[in-house]
Structure formats: C-alpha cells, structure tokens
Ligand binder design. Structure first.
Ligand code: MLT
Length: 411
C-alpha cells in the first residue's frame, strides 16, 4: 500500500488561476456570443520581439548541424547566458554577482516552488497577505504550514504579514522570529513597491535573526521610478541573506517560452541542527544537477538576446505599452470612483471594490454584467478581501474596451 503525502490534503481548493479559468470556461460555454476580455492571470499578449526570434531561428539552424548540435547542456545554464545576466542585470547596477551564483531555469514560478527543497521542515515561514499563491502552497505541500484554520483562513504555522491600504501596502516586520521570508516587489498582486530604505529593514531583520529572504523580482522591468531598487542586492548586506528570483516571462514575454533564473550568493548560509554552516548555493547546485537537465539551448539563446542593444530596445517598447495599459486602467477606474493602487511600477492595478461585496462576488458581477475577467483579492489571501486585481498585459484595444465596459457597471 502506498501512502500519500498528506500535506497535499491541507491545500485549499484548487490553484487560484485554475479556478478562474474554469469559471470563465463555463461562462463562455453558456454565453458563446459574448466577447470576454481577460484581465485576470498575468499572461502577456505581445509576440516575442524580433531580436529574440532571430536568436532562436539561428539556434534552431545551429542544432541541425553536426558541429552545432547540442545535447544535454549544463544544468545551471550555459555560460553565455549566465555571463550576460551577471553583466546586464547586476554589474550594470554596481552589484557583484559571479556566474556560479546564477542558476538558469524554466521560470520563476518553478524556482519559487522548488526552492523549498533545500530548507528544513521546521523553518518558520512568513509571507505577505495577500500573496502570490505559489509561496504558500509549496510550503503547505512540503509540510511547513501546519493545519488550516477555516474561520481565520490561515495556516497555524505560517506568519502572515498584512499588506493593505492602512499600512500603505508595506509589510511590518514580524513580531516573532521567522526563518524564511517571502517578499515580492514590485508586488504581485498589489502592484506596490518598497524603497531601498524600506527593504533595508528586512535585510537587517534577516541578518539579526539569521533568516533568509526569498525575494521575487519577477516584475522589476516595470519599475519606472528611479529610487526604487530593481534587485534586493542593491541593499547593503543583502548578499548574505537573500535569494533572488528573476523571470523573462513578463520582461520579454516568455510566459510560453519559459525561462528565468535564481541567484544564490555563496555567502547565503543556513545551518544544520548541529549549528554547522552550509552554503545554500551548494545545496541548490546539488539539487539542480539531480532534478533538472537545464533549459533548452534555443531558449537560452533567446534569453541572451534580450540583452542585445536591439533586444533591450524592443523589449522596452513592449513594457512601455503594458505600462500605458496600466495607466488606462488606473485612470479609467478612478474616473468612476474606484480607489486604485499599483500600476505605476507594475503591470498590476489593485482596486478597492464597493463595500458590502466580497471580491468573488465582484468577480462574478464583472464577468456576468460586462464580461471582463479579473482576479479576486481574496484569492491571494484573507487581507486581499475587499480588493481586486486587473492586469495590464492585455492588448491596448481590449484594455480600452474593458474600461469602457466597467464604466457601465450597475451600482
Ligand atoms: C499572476 O497572474 O499572478 C501570474 O501570472 C502568475 C504567474 O506568474 O505564475
């Protein structure tokens, strides 16, 4: 008889975006003539830029020749890409990261989820609330959450750090000692940011408490304000306590191509029960070699091309146009009296929904009355209740149309 991993039974419902997809599929089946506009999941709509396409075509031709054929690549990523990452994403910002501290992967979602492998089950985990569900669910799966409390809608062993209008969406330091802290800035789902000084408090906390910050910077390319850090390593001391996740999904439209990376500086250390120091970089390298065979050569060449002069320019144009959508959403909502957050350094606009309604009720109202899909705030955690997320990753035409429709919502 095989026994199951009972931690999975502690998971609540299905994965948020699958639930939404199911609801939308049911609605479209029942209303085949209605044109639904999807501003729910943060999936991009702009095609891959020419610089990346060209690099992929070239790589395809290359692997079709005897001399250019590539079998298994290095599990951690090809040197050419790790070098480009170090140069463009770190050195250019005055951050010293070495190539062997970079691990190329098939995306930040997988990295954020898989990273739990190298941490002990006993670690106390802190997450912001609301939060990108992957951080929480993967800790539930790996047995760190304890039991779910239905009334409170929280897990007994997870420390929740509320982010809401009342604290300007800036999480407060935990009152108790925690070992693993998930931070995502620009934030998913609220679209808000932290300054370097605000982030410094977290780095200091982590140093004092020998905790690790798991920093998701998947949306850094959308930062428009110059004082907002693009990497946690811009903060002094962060290299000792932070692991950083980056993604080409939103930056370069690779949600379907799949590529990202995680940075684990060698100074980031954990401890054995006997208090012996161990480098997380070493553990992750070992895990990667065992469980992963690397990202395809063709994909990594595409990722490398995002750093070429042409690539940078083309990608920036796409990002600007998504940011333009964010502006359209924000303005459109504010014109009809919604209070909004985010959308300035982020492709996400977080809005306060009318009082007396749950965020799932607002989801249904939006879908049924004006055929627009968004993401209910409570899907990201209990403090997301009362809020709703719209993504700027739609086409401009759909974004404008969605705003026109939302203005017609009945009170
Ligand atoms: C989101 O909508 O929050 C993201 O697209 C999900 C993801 O990146 O996995």
């Amino acid at each position: 008889m095989s026994l199951i991993n009972e931690n999975f039974l502690e998971l609540q419902d299905s994965y948020l975006f699958s639930t939404i997809a199911k609801k939308v599929a049911k609605f479209t089946e029942e209303n085949p003539n209605k044109k639904v506009i999807r501003l729910g999941i943060g999936d991009v709509t702009k095609p891959i830029v020419p610089a990346c396409l060209e690099a992929m075509h070239k790589a395809v031709d290359e692997v079709g020749t005897q001399s250019g054929f590539r079998g298994y690549g290095p599990e951690q990523g090809y040197e050419f890409l790790r070098k480009a990452i170090v140069e463009n994403d770190y050195k250019s910002r005055g951050i010293e990261i070495t190539e062997d501290e970079v691990f190329v992967s098939d995306g930040a979602k997988c990295d954020c989820g898989n990273i739990v492998d190298i941490f002990a089950k006993e670690n106390k985990v802190a997450i912001t609330d609301p939060v990108y569900p992957v951080y929480l669910d993967t800790n539930v799966m790996s047995g760190r959450s304890g039991k779910y409390n239905k009334e409170k809608e929280t897990y007994e062993n997870i420390v929740y750090l509320p982010v809401m209008a009342e604290n300007d969406f800036k999480p407060e330091l935990p009152k108790e000692k925690v070992d693993m802290i998930y931070l995502c800035f620009p934030n998913n789902p609220t679209g808000t940011v932290l300054t370097k000084e605000e982030l410094k408090k977290w780095v200091d906390y982590a140093k004092e408490n020998q905790s690790i910050i798991l920093y998701d910077a998947a949306y850094e390319a959308f930062i428009t304000e110059s004082h907002i850090p693009h990497s946690i390593y811009e903060v002094e001391g962060a290299k000792e306590v932070a692991i950083e996740f980056k993604s080409y999904s939103k930056t370069a439209g690779f949600t379907g191509i799949r590529c990202g990376y995680v940075v684990i500086p060698k100074e980031v250390k954990g401890f054995t029960k006997g208090r012996e120091e161990v480098s997380y970089n070493k553990l992750w390298n070992r895990r990667t070699c065992t469980k992963f065979n690397g990202v395809s050569y063709i994909t990594q060449r595409a990722a490398e091309a995002t750093y070429s002069e042409e690539g940078k320019k083309q990608i920036q144009e796409n990002i600007n146009s998504y940011l333009e959508n964010a502006k359209i959403i924000k303005q459109g909502l504010e014109e009809v009296g919604f209070t909004t957050y985010g959308g300035v350094n982020s492709p996400y606009v977080w809005l306060q929904i009318p009082k007396g309604m749950t965020s799932w009720e607002f989801f249904d109202k939006l879908l049924e009355e004006v055929n627009v899909v968004g993401t209910p705030g409570s899907g990201f955690g209990p403090h997301g209740e009362g809020y709703f997320r719209l993504t700027a990753f739609g086409t401009k035409e759909n974004t404008i149309e969605a705003m026109k429709r939302i203005k017609k919502l009945k009170n």
